[in-house]
Design a protein around this ligand. Structure first.
Ligand code: KIV
Length: 278
């Protein structure tokens, strides 16, 4: 197998199991893609496609469970979906989101992070910067890998009222930069930057020594993450502006079902109904 050429995006497949430490070591060395996975088949085919970082995101609440936002997702929901995804035993690194209000205190954050790890997560992610610093320190001190999440924070949608781009004002810019440094110092192995203006995302990427993983934050982050359902047209009723679906899965599946139904009704010879009076 010495002379088999491995495509560059798949060369990690020949390496041992991908861990948060390995992702961390890619800073400045390689760019990578990450995608959300919500159940066994999804985690399995994404892993087979060579995705090195899989996230059971609390976006599961919107694109799988039918809620209007992520604030409806519970710890039980997250454990259920993490368990399913973990059964695929991916070679990629599998993490899970701490859901809304599951990390109000450092002690609660550790307890719930431990529950997600017991369900099969290799790291946990939570939203926020300085306001969760002690929580992040407690999680990493407990030996649990942590990924930060800055910028637009979906779990804050009720206070914010809309999904808005962050980093446009000097105050937001400074706050994002110092929060990213603070998460790095608290032991995070990576940080997601969601809907951060591209110049600010680029500056943060240059300023910290852990990988940034952008979503709608321009091309300069170390990694890019998307909600898989957006990328494959599996939730066609809403697609964020920054995503171009590569395939229209639901449209194709719907067409297949329509065709099957049509064949059934065309092939069906309906005998005239017989009633006992006939
Ligand atoms: O919940 C989620 O899917 C996420 C990512 C898209 C970053 O947090």
């Amino acid at each position: 197998m010495d002379n088999v050429l491995i495509p560059p995006h798949l060369d990690w497949v020949t390496s041992p199991k991908i861990t948060p430490e390995i992702i961390r070591s890619w800073k400045g060395v390689r760019r990578f893609g990450a995608l959300t996975a919500y159940d066994y088949p999804m985690a399995r085919w994404l892993d087979e496609a060579g995705v090195p970082l899989l996230l059971v995101g609390d976006s599961v609440g919107m694109v799988v469970l039918g809620h209007p936002d992520t604030t409806h997702v519970s710890m039980n929901d997250m454990e259920h979906h993490i368990r399913a995804a973990a059964r695929s035993q991916p070679n990629g690194c599998l993490g899970g989101d701490l859901p809304y209000r599951s990390y109000e205190t450092p002690a609660e954050a550790v307890l719930n992070a431990q529950r997600l790890v017991a369900a099969g997560a290799e790291f946990v992610k939570a939203e926020g910067g300085r306001e969760i610093e002690t929580h992040v320190r407690a999680i990493t001190a407990a030996g649990i890998h942590f990924c930060g999440h800055l910028g637009m924070l979906p779990q804050h949608i009720l206070e914010e009222g809309a999904y808005r781009i962050k980093g446009r004002t000097d105050t937001e810019h400074e706050r994002l930069l110092s929060d990213a440094r603070l998460l790095e110092a608290a032991g995070a192995f990576a940080v997601v930057l969601e809907l951060v203006t591209p110049p600010v995302a680029s500056e943060i990427t240059r300023a910290i020594s852990i990988p940034t993983i952008g979503i709608g934050s321009g091309p300069d982050c170390d990694g890019q993450i998307l909600v898989t359902s957006d990328l494959i047209g599996a939730f066609p009723w809403f697609t964020p502006r920054f995503v171009k679906p590569r395939v229209q899965t639901v449209a194709a599946a719907r067409q297949a079902v329509v065709g099957w139904l049509a064949e059934l009704s065309a092939g069906q010879v309906l005998a005239p109904a017989r009633h006992s009076r006939d």
